[in-house]
Design a binder for this molecule. Structure first.
Ligand code: ZN
Length: 318
């Protein structure tokens, strides 16, 4: 299968964290005589880079700046839920004292109202009082019209090293801020959701009720939820067509349900991804996932590459 994929430059990695320097060094090696197996030719010439923290934004800038017919790349800006407790989060922190540590529907609504509904300032994230990470994101919206927002989300399984606990309330605050930006600026958004699908769904419903709108496209990356969870999004009235679902070998191949979940996703909403930040075994992971999608969907290998490529381009408007 490696042979088939080599020479097929359509492979599109819809979600990864490869620093630009790694990507470009591998890309440049394509034309060099390859005497040993290292450095290997990277199979993906098309990819979407998601940031997890402000320090990733320069890589995102490079991906957005340098692309041509031979390689199609795009970068996103966002703060990952694992770093929520390290961010400055303005006003809503003051309401934290009154909340129970567990995210109840009441807590979620209180936070949502504080950030979205009761916000009287007409542009809450502008001006000198803007949180530093918001300013950094906004500057990219001006520079790169196609930049997306990601990776953002919720993770109930993650224990923050600095506080030794799961920081779900701060994650919810950070997520609501960023998802709100994705709606107001109409940016595609890439979501991380682990053991928090109920909370995520409740928050997305609050946004629909408030704006009667959502970001133009929404992508659950390395989707680990059950079939019914995916269905609850892609069957949503009016907005169901905006939801995409990606799968990576590194995360999803551990789960026996992955194949049946992939089979259930609409053909035009399925994305192929590596979710990797380094080149180790990159090609093998990508090929494993191509194979799994092909089996789940009963597609040929070439067809799998072609369809997921087209879906990624449509998702990111490339
Ligand atoms: Zn990721």
């Amino acid at each position: 299968m490696l042979k088939i994929i080599q020479g097929n430059f359509k492979l599109f990695d819809a979600h990864c964290h490869l620093p630009y320097s790694l990507f470009i060094s591998s890309f440049n090696s394509i034309n060099e005589v390859n005497l040993s197996n290292q450095p290997k030719e990277l199979l993906s010439r098309n990819l979407a880079f998601s940031s997890t923290f402000i320090s990733d934004f320069p890589s995102c800038d490079l991906y957005n700046s340098f692309h041509d017919e031979s390689r199609c790349t795009i970068g996103g800006v966002g703060i990952h839920p694992w770093f929520a407790h390290l961010q400055q989060l303005n006003e809503p922190i003051s309401i934290l004292a009154n909340l129970t540590p567990e995210p109840t529907k009441y807590n979620i609504k209180t936070i949502f109202d504080s950030i979205v509904s009761n916000n009287t300032k007409d542009d809450d994230d502008n001006g000198d009082n803007a949180m530093p990470w918001v300013k950094e994101m906004q500057s990219r919206f001006l520079l790169f019209p196609k930049v997306f927002i990601g990776e953002i989300g919720l993770d109930k399984s993650f224990i923050a090293r600095e506080t030794n606990k799961n920081e779900i309330i701060k994650q919810i605050i950070l997520f609501i801020y960023q998802f709100n930006m994705a709606i107001r600026y109409q940016k595609p958004v890439v979501l991380h959701c682990v053991q928090a699908h109920g909370i995520m769904y409740d928050i997305i419903r609050l946004f629909i009720d408030h704006y009667n709108n959502l970001p133009p496209n929404i992508y659950f990356h390395s989707f680990g939820g059950p079939i019914d969870c995916a269905k609850s999004y892609y069957k949503l009235k009016t907005f169901g067509n905006r939801f995409y679902f990606g799968f990576s070998a590194v995360i999803n191949n551990r789960s026996p349900k992955t194949k049946s979940v992939i089979a259930s996703i609409p053909d035009d909403k399925l994305l192929l991804e590596s979710d990797l930040e380094c080149l180790d075994n990159y090609n093998e992971y990508m090929m494993d996932m191509v194979q799994l999608i092909a089996e789940a969907k009963n597609w040929e290998i070439e067809e799998t590459i072609e369809k997921t490529h087209n879906n990624a381009k449509r998702f990111y408007s490339l």
